[in-house]
Structure formats: C-alpha cells, structure tokens
Design a protein around this ligand. Structure first.
Ligand code: CTP
Length: 400
C-alpha cells in the first residue's frame, strides 16, 4: 500500500525512539523506501545500526559524511520525499521546528521539505501540557504540518498522563490513508475563484476590497492534494499556489474574472466561487490620471455581472457548484436566499460578526448550508483546516 513511496523518518531524542524501529519496519514491509535521519541525542535511545538494518538504508546524522568531504544534501532529501515524519518529536525538536532553528540535519531537511510533514510528539505529560509546547504545536499546525496527538498512559517517568507517542500501527494506517486520499479526486476538474477584483478608475486608482485570496488558495491546495486538476482564477493576490496540479490564471477586474471563469466552466466537475468580486465597477475608466479639482468627485458605478449566478443558470445536474456568502446581518436568511437564487449545491456562510473570520485573518468560521436544508456548523479554525472541511462536504455531495 506504500509501494514506491519515499519516506523520510526523522528521529529525535526520546525514550519513544524504540517505536521508530517498529515504524521503519512497517513502512518497509508496506513497500516504502525509508531514509532515516537521526539527531545526535536520539542515539542515546536507539542505535543507527538498528535503524539502518530495519530501514535498509544508511542512516543520516551529520551534514558531512565522515571525513570524506561528501555531504548529506538536505535540500535534495527534502525535495525527493513524498512525506516526512518526525517520530518521536521531542519538545526540543518541536520548538526548533516551530521557530526555524536549523542546527542539525533533521531540522535542515524539515525546513527544506516541500512534502507533507507529520509529527508524532513524545514527552512527559507536563512538558506536553506546557503552554510553550502547546504554542509550538499550534505553530506547526498553522504551517500545515499534521500532528499526531500523543496518547495518555504510563510514561517513562512513572507518571500517568498524555505524552506517549502514538503507536506505529496507528501511524502506518494514517499514512496509508493519506496516500489513498491523494487519489480520491483523481480525474476531477475543479474551478476556483479567489481574491479580490480591482476595478480601475484611472491608470493609478481602483475600487477594490480587502480580500487576500487565502481561503480560495487553501481550497485549491486541498483539492490538488487529493488528485484533482485545479484551475484557480485569482484576482490580485500575494498568495502562492504550491501544488503542481494547480493552474493559476491571474485576472484583475470582475469582467476579466467572468470571462476566464465562464470559459473553463463547461469542462469543470466542481466549481467553488470564493472570490470577493466587485458588485459595481466605474462606468467610465479615465485613460489619464484624474486631476484634483473641486470639493467633490462623483464616481458613477455600474453593476458587474454575477459570475456565480451565471454558472448557476448553465450548470448541468452532474456539476457541483458552491458559493460563499459574506454577511453582517440576517446571515442565514441572506445565505439561503443566495443559495436558491444562484442555484447552488451548497453555500459557505462567513459572518463578519464572528471574531477572527473573514478577510485578512488566517482563521475562519463557517456554516455550510446545503440546498436540501442540511446545515453544518464549524468552529473557528485555520483557513487550511476550513478548506479541508469544505472539500469534505463536496466529496460528500459527490457521493450523495
Ligand atoms: N459572486 C460572483 N460574482 C459577482 C458577485 C459575487 O461570482 N459579481 C459570488 C462570490 O464569489 C460568492 C457569492 O457570489 O461566492 C456571494 O457573494 P456576496 O458578495 O456575498 O454576495 P452578492 O451576491 O454579491 O450579494 P451582496 O453583496 O448584496 O450581499
């Protein structure tokens, strides 16, 4: 089930390092190619010989191989891996990962890795519960790393509590699911809009909004990580599309977004319109800069075309269409109105009344309202977690 997958297994200094031996064996038995990187303190708990034998590869510890002058290229390692897992991750290694400290090969590889990273903490209960550790874990999670919550039980100190590294079998199951999940939307074509639109007034000014594009880009990444081919039509945004399955199309105005989106919609299986499209645009765009004159300037705006509404009109029964509603008042009623008027499968409601939700924040709090009336409420979460929830709802709708 892990046939041909390249896994980097990082081991830091914790008594739980004995479990890494079983983990390496399970990965190898499942067909993976395993490269182990050990910190120097992990060698107090398990020997490189054990890990090299079980992983069937030499263990990497230092930047330089002996006195040969040949070095272990952490950038190459980080680029080649399909996943990296740090198990056990000690409090010290977690802290360094969270803050970009790079004083060993394991940390340099972590910082260079472009692949998904999984972290299995192991430590004593008070170290785990300490706000410093908890904050570090939150940081790692905000980077998109997956944390395996430790189990509760008897610890090496003799104390009872949370801090035991998850069992190798649990990790194997999770990682196997991760790889099968990568194929779950293979063959699906997804169209996403993201970011703001800028409506030009003259060559130097525009009417715009505070959308950053974070939500739309996060949704694109989740779809791509599940094997879908994504077309991301984005207004001006500093966000970067990382996954190779994402084709980014940059537009500026609502009219350009309309054209690009309508062009790609017929070949799309799933469309998610998360852009904050301007509802009005200047009737006339001045070719030269408007000079200051008089106490007032009247700008006449005309309505833009509603992209989502247009898609709702032409959508076939096989296509899934999802929209967003950003509301300040009568949130649910307004969202349901948009859901019906725009012929959506479901709508994602953000209320600006919720603290930490909406433009510019790294977090969001949503409610999903399906056309059949089902409502799903979520708590405040990082946007990449919210993106996973939205994609899960779409997968559910696909299979309904
Ligand atoms: N939308 C769109 N094209 C537009 C305006 C909005 O595709 N010209 C989409 C957004 O991407 C979002 C949904 O419509 O998915 C709802 O956007 P929102 O601004 O909340 O609603 P509007 O329909 O514009 O209504 P209002 O601004 O009056 O709330």
């Amino acid at each position: 089930m892990l046939e041909g997958k390249k896994i980097i297994l990082g081991i830091s200094g914790s008594i739980a390092a004995y479990k890494s031996a079983a983990l390496a064996r399970l990965f190898v038995k499942a067909g993976a190619e395993v490269k182990v990187i050990m910190t120097s303190s992990s060698q107090d708990f398990i020997t490189p010989i054990t890990m090299a034998t079980l992983s069937r590869n030499p263990v990497l510890i230092d930047f330089v191989k002996g006195n040969s002058g040949e070095w272990n290229n952490h950038v190459e390692l980080g680029l080649l891996a399909d996943i990296m897992i740090i198990a056990p991750a000690s409090a010290n290694t977690l802290a360094k990962m969270a803050h970009g400290i790079c004083d060993n090969l394991l940390l340099a590889t972590y910082l260079s890795a472009r692949c998904p990273v999984f972290v299995a903490p192991a430590m004593d209960l008070d170290m785990f519960a300490h706000p410093a550790t908890q904050n570090n874990l939150k940081l790692l999670s905000s980077f998109g790393n997956t944390i395996f919550e430790p189990n509760a039980g008897e610890l090496a100190s003799g104390l009872e509590g949370k801090g035991r590294m998850v069992e190798p079998e649990e990790i194997l199951e999770f990682i196997s699911n991760h790889f099968s999940d990568q194929q779950i939307l293979k063959g699906k074509k997804v169209l996403i809009t993201a970011g703001p639109t800028y409506e030009h007034i003259d060559p130097v000014r525009f009417v715009g909004n505070h959308s950053t594009g974070k939500m739309g880009f996060a949704i694109a990444e989740v779809f791509a990580s599940k094997g879908a081919q994504v077309i991301l039509v984005t207004g001006p945004s500093n966000q970067k599309a990382k996954h190779g399955n994402i084709t980014r199309i940059d537009v500026t105005s609502a009219a350009e977004m309309y054209d690009a989106t309508l062009k790609h919609f017929p070949k799309t299986n799933i469309a998610v319109m998360s852009a904050a499209v301007a509802d009005y645009t200047p009737e006339k765009v001045s070719i030269s800069k408007i000079k200051k004159s008089g106490d007032e300037l009247q700008l006449k705006l005309k309505k833009t075309r509603d992209i989502l509404k247009e898609l709702g009109k032409i959508k076939t029964k096989k296509q899934i269409l999802v929209g967003f509603a950003l509301e300040t008042d009568n949130e649910e009623a307004n969202a349901i109105k948009k859901l019906n008027e725009k012929n959506l499968d479901f709508i994602v409601l953000n209320s600006l009344k919720n603290k930490g939700a909406g433009f510019g924040f790294d977090t969001n709090q949503i409610q999903v309202i399906h056309k059949g009336g089902e409502k799903v409420n979520y708590g405040l979460k990082p946007k990449h977690e919210v993106a996973k929830d939205i994609v899960d709802q779409i997968i559910k709708t696909l299979h309904a």
